[in-house]
Design a protein around this ligand. Structure first.
Ligand SMILES: [Zn+2]
Ligand SMILES: [Zn+2]
Length: 208
């Protein structure tokens, strides 16, 4: 597997959407298409991605899912989300979707719901699901190779907030400790802000 990973900043926060392509097989997936925008279309063209195997969602907040419908229409891809988080796709009270986005197409329901330890086949390898609740009840990290797509669970020098619906500080700290205890090092690709590594966070993140 030879992974090519592109960070595409989308939306107003902005959110880090990731496009991942295996250069050997041409298979690809996306993580957290917060908005479907020209900048994301341009990245797809640039990476020569026509079809997606998956649209992986780390959790169901609006800033991570509002582009799902647009992206799936363009490239296909099965929508993957934790089973405890699936309701966020259609419940505006959970996703915190603002009426200002009423014109955007709705995210569809999940194609695949996952739980901790599940493995999704990709390009001859597997994407492993780590359930890391706390930011929301069904937040997950996706691990592929030495990459960890962390959503809003873990940021450079920080962690996700826990004051939103289904958030839980005790669970979040447990989840962060679990990530810290993973063996070896991983590149951490968070839902917002710069990329980091687990080794760096073990040293500098006050929540570790
Ligand atoms: Zn969030
Ligand atoms: Zn977010």
């Amino acid at each position: 597997m030879k992974l090519e990973i592109r960070t595409v900043e989308v939306g107003f926060l902005p959110t880090d959407c990731y496009l991942v392509k295996d250069a050997d097989t041409g298979r690809a997936f996306a993580v957290d298409p917060g908005f479907y925008e020209p900048v994301l279309e341009a990245a797809l063209r640039d990476m020569e991605i026509e079809r997606l195997d998956y649209i992986l969602l780390t959790h169901g907040h609006h800033d991570h899912i509002l582009g799902v419908a647009g992206l799936q229409e363009r490239c296909g891809g099965r929508i993957v989300i934790h089973e405890a988080e699936a309701a966020f796709l259609t419940d505006d009270g959970l996703s915190l979707r603002s009426p200002a986005f009423a014109n955007l197409p709705r995210a569809k329901t999940a194609d695949v719901t996952v739980r901790d330890g599940d493995e999704l086949p990709f390009a001859g390898g597997v994407i492993r699901v780590l359930h890391t609740p706390g930011h929301t009840r069904g937040s997950v990290c996706y691990q592929l190779d030495n990459y960890l797509f962390a959503g809003d669970t873990l940021f450079q020098s920080s962690v996700g907030r826990t004051d939103l619906p289904t958030g839980n500080t005790r669970q979040l700290l447990q989840s962060v400790r679990r990530l810290s205890a993973l063996e070896g090092d991983y590149a951490v690709l968070p839902g917002h802000g710069p990329q980091t590594t687990l080794a760096r966070e073990r040293l500098y993140n006050p929540y570790f």
